[in-house]
Write a protein that binds this ligand. Structure first.
Ligand code: TYD
Ligand code: MG
Length: 484
């Protein structure tokens, strides 16, 4: 047998090369190639005929399928993000920055499952038993019958879980610390992470337990990002949050058993993660407690957004200041900088406001990251409001997508957004007008009332928003119009 050739695998994207190079050609990462020995000799071709293979047993699409009930963890936010509970036999990957609270959340989940009568195992390769016990005490779950173990060998873990009566839930914290002794490369390398995960996922499918893998997200270093794992598991959850904020958001980015983009909101307290059943109220809490009482300061607009299947209200804040630099500064937290540039360009080109020459700071309050284009109109409202120093009325929510032509385009789930706004005491909404003829009740400029008692102010063009916040005469006196 030929001596196995060394090969080099990119720790960022998993591409394999026969020779070392400073930069991965596939993903462009520097210094990410690490020597890994292949599992066995060079792959052999099957040959012309399928010698020794078994013919597949094809079956019909329709048929009896095992419908096993989902396991509820008892942490409602987690269950919802997973699509209504954990599916037996599925594999869930939970990624997130170090210290964000992955171990805390999963220990709480394991404890909740165990306390609810199901068996749960928590296997850690990162911490000592004492540390976990201390954390469990702090979380107030020390009495839950969780089976706890420190292990890093997949062979040992498989031996304990490959039994007739495995636990309902097995948490592996983290997949980067696990290793397969059949591979020569170090734990944390792409081939180890992939091999260990493959083994464990296969086991979970065979034995029908829920497998939760913790995956670290790091930019550099030896640890493989969980990207290579994302294809292998059924559900990928990201745990995110801004440092310095106590809010943590669990977001489904892939889910074979539920909606993606679903979020669960938690608050990190001194007793672990606490569910936030009504995130809108939490995101807007600061606003209500503000020194200004009403919260109606210039440069802020409340966006009525949808995260997954749930409406979430959040404040968008903007600061617009004359630039002293040749290239004006842009700083964006919680939103897409490219989309901001687009809205600024539309305000400049279609509405005659010269916003673009200023330094612009944009922030989504509370540490939420918004991906929806429906936030365009709220961002524009915050920008215009900051620019002309006129507050958006405190009881108003804003949503709508903006096209390059300056048109305000309709967005989905209008009713859910209005309902949530009404629930939180808002009385007015600035929103897209429906296309002509579709709904006589939402023609541009004609105020109406939604089913929830919210006064709606439909807008067809962004210029209508500008006119509303900054009437022409006011713009002229403040020299805000673009130079003719
Ligand atoms: P941890 O779950 O260890 O993070 P990860 O596994 O994602 O690396 O969470 C660690 C952080 O959470 C740490 O900074 C302390 C904080 N924390 C609390 O604020 N309250 C608590 O009750 C616990 C257990 C942790
Ligand atoms: Mg941890």
């Amino acid at each position: 047998m030929a001596k196995s050739q060394p090969r080099y695998a990119c720790q960022e994207c998993g591409s394999v090369y026969p020779k070392w190079a400073g930069r991965c050609e596939a993903c462009g990462a520097w210094n990410s190639l690490v020597e890994e020995l292949p599992r066995s000799g060079p792959p052999k071709s099957l040959g012309g005929s399928a010698r020794g293979g078994h013919a597949l047993d094809f079956v019909a699409l329709r048929g009896d399928s095992r419908q096993t009930a989902r396991h509820l963890t008892g942490i409602a936010e987690l269950d919802r993000v997973c699509g209504g509970g954990l599916v037996p036999g599925s594999a869930i990957l939970v990624g997130g920055d170090p210290g964000i609270g992955k171990s805390t959340l999963l220990l709480q989940a394991a404890a909740a499952v165990a306390a609810g009568g199901g068996a749960a195992a928590y296997i850690t390769g990162e911490e000592a038993i004492d540390q976990i016990r201390l954390r469990a005490q702090r979380l107030g779950v020390a009495d839950a019958p969780v089976r706890l173990a420190v292990a890093t060998s997949v062979r040992d873990i498989a031996a304990s879980l490959d039994v007739a009566n495995p636990p309902q839930l097995a948490v592996i914290d983290s997949i980067q610390t696990m290793y397969l002794d059949t591979l020569d490369s170090a734990p944390g390398t792409v081939s180890q992470v992939r091999g260990a995960a493959q083994e464990l996922i296969g086991l979970a499918k065979r034995r029908g337990f829920v497998l939760v893998l913790v995956g670290h997200v790091t930019k550099e270093g030896m640890i493989a990002g969980p990207r290579v794992l994302e294809h292998m598991v059924d559900t990928v959850l990201y745990f995110e949050g801004e440092r310095g904020h106590q809010f943590r958001i669990l977001r489904a980015v892939k889910n074979r058993y539920g909606a993606t983009d679903e979020i669960g909101v938690f608050e990190m307290s001194d007793r672990g993660l606490v569910e936030v059943p009504n995130p809108s109220a939490m995101f807007l809490a600061e606003r209500a407690d503000g020194e200004h009482g009403e919260g109606a300061v210039a440069g802020a607009a409340v966006f009525a957004g949808i995260e997954g299947t749930r409406p979430v209200l959040v404040e968008i804040q903007a600061l617009v200041a004359p630039s002293v630099l040749g290239t004006p500064r842009r700083a964006v937290v919680g939103w897409d900088a490219t989309r901001l540039a687009m809205i600024v360009a539309v305000l400049d080109a279609r509405c005659g406001l010269s916003v673009g020459a200023n330094d612009i700071y944009l922030n989504v309050a509370g540490g939420l990251r918004i991906g929806e284009p429906a936030a365009d109109l709220a961002v524009a409202a915050a920008l215009i409001s900051a620019m002309v120093e006129t507050p958006v009325p405190a009881d108003t929510v804003v949503f709508g997508e903006i096209g390059l032509s300056g048109r305000v385009r309709p967005v989905s789930h209008s009713d859910a957004r209005l309902k949530e706004a009404a629930k939180l005491g808002f009385t007015e909404a600035w929103l897209p007008a429906r296309p002509q003829g579709r709904d006589s009740g939402r023609q541009p400029g004609r105020a109406a009332r939604s089913g929830d008692g919210i006064a709606t102010m439909p807008m067809a063009y962004l210029s209508e928003l500008v006119e509303r916040l900054a009437p022409a005469e006011r713009r002229r006196t403040r020299h805000l119009a673009a130079a003719p």
